[in-house]
Write a protein that binds this ligand. Structure first.
Ligand code: SF4
Ligand code: SF4
Length: 336
């Protein structure tokens, strides 16, 4: 026996949460483009199946710009005021499984040498509802990363579009049950995700090649078309580089955390003018090392879900899947 909710019932359920003061994040159409954003009315939300979103749900856990504390200086006295706690229930609904799968990958990073209360509070306060994929495109490779179109990593509940204005709901955690208990009706309808995307490479031998070929000329050759814009990092659900700067004046201001990307030339530029990653080849090598060698060595998981957002958003048709495909050829060459 399955549990089914209609689109109207889903909107009523989320609307009741809004009325209780919760923050609801859902896909919203702007023209033909879909963005995850906070909604004030469920009529703003679009739950139609789609592959492409312009942003990741990452920013509702790790915002692109975040105040850590503010300061006021009076003479030699400096008063510091911590940023307030994240103390509101948050429901993120409509994410793809490969977007939500980034959250448990990022959990150990934000609870490692420094306990990032901002990320941790948002995680604790959030319920994540994913929609199983109905289709994939040529950028998707979740199947190579241990994911699937109906993967539930990072999800509190998963919904399957039944194509008749209703969804099968499968609760994964107590948070998911708390959201949907009493809101669904029993049914014999069972949802199905699309087939896993076809992928013609394996990660393990590529990661091994990346680990052992730091000085290969392939890095520069393969990265020539990359313009170093950083868009791939900003849409990526797992990229998490940030810098910390003080904004304001000598007497008053705040310390803020802003997203950054290892793909921009300024990222590693020293004040001396020296840049240890002076070329795009070195920056792409760093990205692949971090995602497929350094992070799994440290935290036991690849820093990639195979969502394809990076190559889908890249203006020059590059990104991680094209680079993995090219590196698979380097692996083949090294084996011959
Ligand atoms: S891979 Fe594409 S999106 Fe990423 S930095 Fe290079 S040009 Fe920009
Ligand atoms: S690197 Fe690309 S495919 Fe991997 S999680 Fe980030 S955006 Fe998705």
């Amino acid at each position: 026996m399955s549990h089914v909710i209609t689109l109207d019932q889903l909107k009523q359920t989320l609307g009741a949460k809004l009325a209780d003061g919760a923050r609801v994040v859902a896909p919203v159409l702007r023209g033909e483009l879909a963005f995850f954003q906070e909604v004030s009315d469920l009529e703003q939300a679009s739950f139609a199946p789609r592959v492409r979103f312009q942003n990741s749900i990452k920013e509702f856990f790790f915002p692109r710009h975040e105040t850590l504390f503010s300061f006021v200086r009076q003479g030699s006295d400096v008063q510091l005021t911590d940023a307030p706690d994240f103390d509101v229930e948050q429901i993120v609904v409509g994410a793809r499984p490969c977007d939500a799968a980034s959250l448990p990958i990022l959990d150990p990073l934000f609870a490692w040498d420094y306990q990032d209360r901002f990320f941790q509070q948002r995680r604790a306060k959030s319920t994540v509802v994913v929609f199983a994929c109905k289709e994939s495109d040529g950028h998707c490779f979740c199947s190579a990363m241990g994911g699937a179109p109906d993967n539930t990593a990072g999800a509190d509940a998963i919904m399957f579009d039944l194509g008749d204005g209703s969804f099968e709901v499968r609760c994964v955690t107590d948070k998911g049950k708390a959201l949907f208990t009493g809101k669904t009706t029993e049914s014999d309808k069972v949802g199905k995700a699309c087939d896993p995307p076809k992928v013609d490479f394996e990660i393990a031998p590529i990661a091994n090649w990346v680990r052992n070929n730091f000085s290969s000329p392939a890095w520069e050759e393969l990265s020539l078309r990359c313009v170093g814009c950083g868009a791939c990092a900003f849409v990526c659900p797992t990229c998490h580089c940030f810098d910390i700067v003080d904004e304001g004046s000598y007497s008053k201001g705040k310390r803020v955390k802003n997203w950054d990307s290892c793909q921009t030339a300024l990222f590693t530029l020293h004040a001396s003018g020296h840049n240890p990653r002076a070329t795009q080849g070195k920056r792409q090598r760093q990205r692949m090392l971090h995602k497929f060698v350094i992070y799994p060595d440290k935290f036991g998981q690849n820093l990639c879900t195979g969502c394809g957002a990076c190559s889908r958003s890249c203006g020059v048709a590059f990104g991680v899947r094209p680079l993995l495909t090219a590196l698979a050829q380097e692996v083949a060459k090294s084996e011959n």
